[in-house]
Design a protein around this ligand. Structure first.
Ligand SMILES: [Zn+2]
Length: 320
């Protein structure tokens, strides 16, 4: 009798503590006012995928505000608190060092790294100029050295579909009652991305120019999927500035490979790409690496901006 009484009171007091905690924490945990899963995403494509896969079962926020360049994101104390309160942190290891740190120190079991599902099998170009750049930037936290994994998987629609599938599995672990809904949402996302992939394969299947010259080295997976060679004027991160020698090398290459268009991008200062285009006497066009959306983005979401990229590429690479 004694033992069972003790157990009962211990249970009652634990329940009271839980109620108290739920009352204090306000929003942010499934125990509070609604039962949505609280997801924090590192940057736009992961935010979009989480919204698609989670639907109205999740509430998604992004650490990278719209219009900000995600590579060199710094977190505010509020961001760190959001990571620490989240039911799930969806991030990409090796892409945003500040988010990697927060995942380690704040998120614990709630951290979910998209890297494995994304299959980051490409590394930086590994050309001669990437090597020089490595020396100059060796001290940087970014670690975008030669041979570092290329993080920009989302520009390959099929890699993003694989991340959606894996994310559905992870959400189902957190919220098993809704596993079916997550699986269905991920399948719908995959269907949309496979349709996009088919359009891109068709639209970029026969192009006169095979070399893509872009501002930073964001389009490796897209190039790999649709059969282009890619030359990034900066390295894997847009804060890497090319030297005069590298600029001259790229200008020469533009001439050799009959490139007619050098691509600038949203969120990054276009002046370096414009200089290359000027020197080589070719045009520029805007390609969007979809690292974040703004009011000026050529579409409302990932799918629309990718279709705009397709139209830009089909013209710039002289595809028929
Ligand atoms: Zn990038």
């Amino acid at each position: 009798m004694n033992t069972s009484g003790l157990r009962r009171s211990a249970t009652a007091s634990a329940a009271a503590t839980l109620l108290l905690l739920a009352g204090c924490s306000g929003s942010g945990s499934p125990a509070a006012e609604d039962d949505q899963v609280d997801v924090v995403a590192g940057f736009y494509p992961l935010e979009w995928a989480a919204e698609r896969v989670g639907g109205n079962l999740v509430s998604v926020s992004s650490l990278t505000t719209s219009g900000a360049e995600p590579h060199d994101l710094e977190l505010t104390p509020q961001d760190v608190a959001a990571v620490s309160d989240a039911d799930l942190l969806v991030y990409l290891s090796g892409f945003q060092p500040a988010v990697d740190d927060a995942a380690r120190s704040q998120a614990g079991e709630a951290a979910w790294d998209a890297a494995e599902a994304a299959d980051l099998s490409l590394s930086s170009g590994g050309s001669e100029h990437a090597e020089e750049e490595e020396d100059e930037h060796a001290e940087e936290e970014h670690a975008h050295d030669e041979g570092a994994a290329d993080p920009h998987f989302w520009l390959d629609p099929l890699r993003l579909a694989a991340v959606g599938d894996a994310l559905a599995d992870r959400l189902a672990e957190l919220d098993p009652d809704d596993a079916q809904a997550y699986a269905e949402n991920a399948a719908a996302l995959r269907a949309d991305l496979e349709t996009l992939d088919a359009e891109m394969a068709e639209g970029l299947g026969d192009c006169r120019v095979d070399t893509l010259v872009t501002s930073h080295d964001a389009f490796g997976y897209l190039a790999d999927r649709y059969g282009f060679d890619v030359v990034g004027i900066s390295g894997l991160s847009p804060d890497q500035e090319p030297s005069a020698d590298q600029m001259a090398e790229i200008s020469a290459l533009v001439g050799e490979r009959d490139v007619t268009t050098v691509y600038t991008e949203t969120l990054v200062d276009p002046s370096v790409a414009e200089t290359v285009a000027d020197e080589a006497g070719v045009r520029t066009a805007v390609l969007d690496p979809i690292e974040g959306l703004t009011d000026e983005s050529a579409g409302e979401d990932y799918l629309e901006v990718m279709r705009s990229n397709l139209a830009t590429l089909a013209e710039g690479q002289s595809c028929s």
